[in-house]
Ligand binder design. Structure first.
Ligand SMILES: [Zn+2]
Length: 221
């Protein structure tokens, strides 16, 4: 285990305010008051099957403990030690430390071959958006998370439950149009029947709602 000690940078920047350290005793801590530490990261298993989605804080813990590697844009897997040598390009997101800028990983590969299909993910807002690719299931348009809502296909007032097969991503206007009715009653058609996803969302409340195009080949079938 290598020893690293990085402290918060005092220089003004929009990304920073982070402390990362790893002290040779398997302790890695990532602290930040900024939202960036909640960035969502897709975790694949060894066989490149989507395993779960987590935040950047947990991702760095896995990477510094060497329980995961980063999948680069060129589909290579590299260790955190190789990754930190790669300079962020213009426009790429990074976190700042005293000594360097570290690119934000979007996909990592965990050192496990556990088949994620054995897990039964809990229903979460982020999970529903991800399953539906941030696409309204009525009009078929993509929206940013703040313009999306969760719709109960069979309304709750009619006994519809909050379970994977009864909840879909909906834009605000389709949701208003549907109101307290079934899709048939409202003259709406689901673009796809809701399914049980296989991917788990770890600490959904601690994850910033963001979907990366890099994830699509793994998540969208
Ligand atoms: Zn819509």
């Amino acid at each position: 285990m290598k020893t690293f000690f990085w402290e918060e940078t005092k220089e003004g920047n929009n990304n920073g305010e982070i402390i990362l350290y790893s002290e040779g005793d398997n302790t890695t801590r990532v602290q930040s008051r900024k939202k960036i530490i909640k960035r969502a990261v897709l975790v694949l298993n060894k066989n490149f099957i989507p395993y779960y989605i987590t935040n950047l804080r947990h991702t760095f813990n896995l990477l510094f403990r060497e329980s995961a590697k980063i999948l680069t844009e060129d589909f290579e897997t590299v260790s955190i030690w190789e990754w930190i040598e790669i300079e962020p390009k213009d426009g790429e997101e990074y976190i700042s430390t005293v000594s360097r800028k570290i690119k934000i990983p979007k996909i990592i590969v965990a050192d496990t071959d556990i088949d994620p299909k054995i897990s039964k993910p809990k229903v979460s807002r982020l999970g529903i958006f991800i399953r539906d690719s941030f696409t309204c299931q009525y009009c078929g348009k993509k929206f940013s998370p703040k313009n999306l809502t969760i719709d109960h296909v069979i309304p709750r007032s009619r006994g519809g439950k909050t379970e994977w097969l009864n909840v879909v991503t909906s834009c605000v206007s389709c949701n208003l149009k549907k109101g307290d009715r079934t899709p048939e009653e409202a003259g709406l058609i689901l673009i796809r029947e809701p399914r049980q996803p296989t991917i788990n969302i770890i600490n959904a409340r601690e994850i910033d709602l963001k979907f990366y195009p890099q994830w699509e080949p793994y998540l969208i079938k």
